[in-house]
Write a protein that binds this ligand. Structure first.
Ligand code: FES
Length: 574
């Protein structure tokens, strides 16, 4: 911080208005803070997403204490505050519905209070993008403390990762010997320690994203939650944020367009979740960086897959850490990254990762010997998705990457559930499953249902994959030839709304094409008689969300939240 720049918190504690200084200081004094806490110490807000209802973040209460240690050591004044926490496996109908609400909570909590710097304590899927979006709209010096993945699970001698419950459910369906007691045993084996999902699902993708953006201390994101080094890094982050305030190292100095491009490249290199597209776009929108859907294809689609992690590979996050973790990936990807971008420790990407060592080459590969030659996201265009849709080719079936098949249409998720296993359903292995009504406005909240299960009768015939198309999302632990994020969504009258049973659909991933083989005249006719579905809510936050949420290609933020308002508060409370 330049000598002349005053701390933001001094507007509360040491302004020209002595009466207000008194009010602001006095009530805080009931916590026993001595005089010198209000005389020029940077006040650091610890934004905590801890909640009993967000088990992946259940340890962040202890982590906050460790962060406080670091802040105090560096001469700062720590102030922990709660924000809305989003538990992925618990909340209904989907945490995505509340990501923007949690971001508003974070943004306003930061701006309204006497804070000079921010530590974001994150973990479960949406707790990272929501808090970061909010922090971006205020633009103070900010550092992220990612909560870390769980240790690897083990069930009857076999290593299991988060999401493995799915195969257990399938096993139960086909094997009645798998009892309820077996399920209970499996549950605890699966979630064996504190932390978030232990595959390269959405939470690990988000942690990877923040480190690739330059927002964590180098090497922090891949450390398991239960590892003592996680706490050590949390303490060091507490120390560092105090320095960042002194250096005035705000988010806007780190989150440049180059940083976003680095995050896209890194996501491809680790085989990260398609959910990154939505969240990174929304974060960029808050920073005023014009990130388009096409950028994910331009910068990410030709990147080799370097990590052998589930769901694309075979290892888990604990193995990843022992192999050297993200620092090795970033070192190996460095020829493809912007090397000169500044990160929270004040040095560049290149400098931070140049000495990383790989200890297990089957887990982290090199550019010369990748797991797959091309990972990343393909962005599709065509009359079925005028504003785009996405597919993760590395998770799809090669024989379906160019495919023409007749549509089998489900108008809603409930319609899908009621008919998918109907023995009379007219569907075969070449059909294209079309699911409507699961977009941002339609569901509402764009749930992770795009990778719907295939019909039981086709599974019995040995069919393992089919083309599925929807305006929804897909879990970071899922796979298949699944076209997601179709925009505009069906509920606002996108072409997806007009698809009928038996229409022919062409998917051509190499040429980035998704085409509904129906004439323009017929589509115009169908559009004229199309009736928009009734909104799913008439009041409250959900109505606000439906009225204002943007389409998937724009990050599904609320239109009035895009951009930022800075940290200045013009008026006082008295
Ligand atoms: Fe929280 Fe997977 S459920 S990270």
């Amino acid at each position: 911080m330049s000598e002349k720049k005053k701390l933001r918190s001094s507007e509360w504690f040491n302004s020209d208005n002595k009466k207000m200084n008194f009010v602001h200081r006095s009530w805080l004094r009931n916590q026993g803070y001595p005089d010198d806490y209000f005389e020029g110490k940077p006040v650091i807000g610890i934004c905590n997403t801890w909640s009993d209802l967000t088990p992946c973040n259940g340890h962040l209460r202890q982590f906050a204490e460790v962060v406080k240690r670091g802040i105090l050591e560096a001469g700062g004044f720590p102030m922990e505050f709660p924000v809305m926490s989003l538990g992925e496996t618990i909340m209904k109908p989907t945490t995505m519905l509340f990501r923007n609400l949690a971001s508003m909570d974070t943004e306003e909590s930061i701006r309204a209070n006497p804070l000079d710097g921010i530590v974001l304590l994150t973990g479960c899927d949406k707790t990272t993008p929501s808090t970061l979006m909010g922090a971006c709209s205020v633009d103070l010096p900010t550092i992220v403390v990612p909560g870390g993945p769980m240790l690897s699970g083990r069930f009857r001698g076999e290593k299991i990762g988060s999401g493995s419950m799915n195969w257990m459910v399938k096993e139960k369906q086909s094997n009645e010997a798998f009892t309820d007691a077996d399920f209970r045993e499996a549950e605890v084996c699966l979630a064996r320690s504190i932390g978030h999902c232990n595959t390269m699902g959405t939470a690990s993708t988000m942690a990877t994203m923040v480190e690739a953006l330059g927002l964590t201390l180098p090497g922090f994101s891949s450390i398991p939650a239960a590892d003592s080094r996680k706490k050590m890094y949390a303490q060091l982050s507490g120390r560092r944020i105090v320095e960042m305030v002194k250096e005035d190292l705000t988010l806007s100095k780190i989150l440049t367009r180059k940083a976003f491009e680095n995050a896209i490249v890194t996501n491809s290199g680790v085989g990260g979740s398609t959910n990154l597209i939505i969240h990174l776009t929304a974060i960029a929108g808050r920073m005023g960086v014009d990130l388009k859907l096409e950028d994910f294809d331009i910068h990410g689609s030709k990147i080799p897959l370097l990590v052998n992690l589930k769901p694309s590979g075979k290892y888990l996050m604990e193995d990843f850490y022992y192999a050297g973790g993200l620092p090795v990936v970033l070192k190996n990807l460095m020829p493809l990254l912007h090397k000169d971008v500044i990160t929270v420790n004040g040095t560049t990407m290149a400098e931070n990762y140049k000495d990383a060592i790989c200890y297990e080459e089957d887990v982290i590969r090199t550019l010369d010997d990748p797991l797959k030659n091309e990972a990343g996201i393909a962005v599709l265009k065509g009359n079925l998705c005028e504003n785009g849709s996405v597919i993760k080719p590395s998770a799809a079936s090669l024989h379906l990457m160019k495919h023409r098949g007749k549509a089998v249409v489900f108008e809603t998720m409930e319609d899908y559930h009621s008919r998918i296993d109907d023995p009379d359903l007219d569907i075969d292995k070449d059909s294209v499953i079309v699911l409507k009504g699961v977009g941002p406005k339609g569901y509402p909240g764009m749930p992770e249902v795009g990778n719907v299960d295939l019909p039981e009768k086709l599974i019995r015939q040995g069919v393992k994959d089919m083309v599925r198309i929807s305006d929804g999302r897909m879990s970071g632990t899922a796979g298949g030839t699944v076209v997601l994020h179709v925009s505009p969504e069906s509920t606002v009258g996108g072409t997806l709304a007009l698809v009928e049973n038996g229409d022919m659909i062409e998917l051509d991933v190499e040429n980035r094409k998704l085409h509904l083989d129906v004439s323009d005249e017929e589509l115009v006719r169908r559009k004229k008689v199309w009736v928009a579905p009734e909104p799913m809510a008439k009041r409250g936050y959900v109505k606000l969300y439906i009225d204002h949420v943007e389409q998937a290609d724009k990050g599904a933020d609320l239109d009035f939240l895009v951009g930022g308002s800075g940290s200045k508060v013009e008026r006082d409370s008295h």
